[in-house]
Design a protein. Structure first.
Length: 292
């Protein structure tokens, strides 16, 4: 029998699904390196926000990444023609929303955030917000989606130094809880975190790698390294409940919940149609990741 999740943990699972989905949308275009996807999202966000350049040091600080690592990945993104240097730092190159390869992927990133709002509303977990009057601009919404994705990716930084590890744990959480979060009637009901184990669906590392378009060998190696957070069972991999429910895990949950409320308020300020969420989609409801 599948159990329910507490509202806070449900939100955490849905945010994990958003992060994993955004990575899956962008790795085919930007390359199979999580760090480069996050760097691009950061530069895109700041470029959209008045073409603000970001120094490499600022990239590393924002993504909790050592300077040399950030410098190397920024150089790779620039070599691929996706960003360029200007006075003061880096900005994205060209017109990404008009790019035939990148534009549709960025529209899906936006739509994953729309789907999150829609699912929160369906589960009665959407806080009361009043949208500013006027017409919603999806490009502003894309900026909010990028901001929220980056906030989710940074939430585990105190326990996981590598951005890749944070993304893999998010993907594992999304996969483990997929059967529950797919059914609003289930995840509306509250249950304490220690009751998660019967509800978890173990997933194969190979399927996580395929869903995120990452090298399988790298994913397997990182999951082994994450043994404190990940339990290996005969059926696959499962996030340990105590990783979510200990003091550090509770702190991450609180941080994510606050980040969600902050970014939902940003959506409202940008005239997001909270009373008709489905009208905000650019390409329609994005497909769910296939974890088997």
């Amino acid at each position: 029998m599948i159990g329910a999740l507490s509202p806070t943990l449900t939100i955490r699972c849905l945010l994990a699904e958003l992060l994993a989905g955004v990575i899956a949308d962008l790795t085919p275009v930007l390359g199979a390196r999580v760090e480069r996807v996050l760097i691009y999202l950061l530069l895109l966000r700041r470029t959209l926000d008045g073409a603000r350049p970001t120094p490499v040091l600022g990239v590393g600080e924002a993504l909790a990444m050592p300077f040399e690592t950030a410098r190397r990945h920024v150089a790779a993104v620039a070599a691929a023609g996706r960003c360029r240097r200007v006075a003061g730092g880096m900005i994205v190159a060209g017109r990404p929303l008009d790019d035939p390869a990148l534009g549709p992927s960025l529209a899906r990133v936006h739509d994953r955030a729309v789907a999150l709002v829609e699912r929160l509303a369906a589960a009665a977990l959407l806080p009361e917000l009043s949208a500013a009057p006027g017409e919603y601009d999806w490009v502003e919404g894309l900026g909010v989606a990028a901001d929220l994705t980056l906030a989710i990716a940074a939430a585990e930084r105190s326990r996981c130094a590598k951005p890749l590890d944070r993304v893999l744990l998010a993907a594992l959480l999304a996969g483990n809880a997929a059967a529950i979060t797919a059914d609003p009637a289930l995840f509306r009901r509250a249950a304490p975190p220690h009751q998660l184990t019967p509800a978890w669906q173990p997933v194969r590392g190979r399927l996580v790698a395929e869903a995120l378009h990452l090298p399988e060998a790298t994913v397997r190696r990182r999951f082994v390294h994450l043994g404190a957070a990940v339990e290996v069972t005969a059926a696959g991999l499962a996030l340990r409940p105590d990783w979510l429910s200990d003091a550090a895990g509770e702190a991450v949950g609180v941080e994510l919940h606050a980040a969600l409320r902050r970014h939902l308020a940003q959506f409202a300020r940008h005239k997001f149609p909270l009373d008709a969420v489905a009208t905000a989609y650019r390409r329609g409801t994005p497909g769910k990741l296939d974890f088997g």
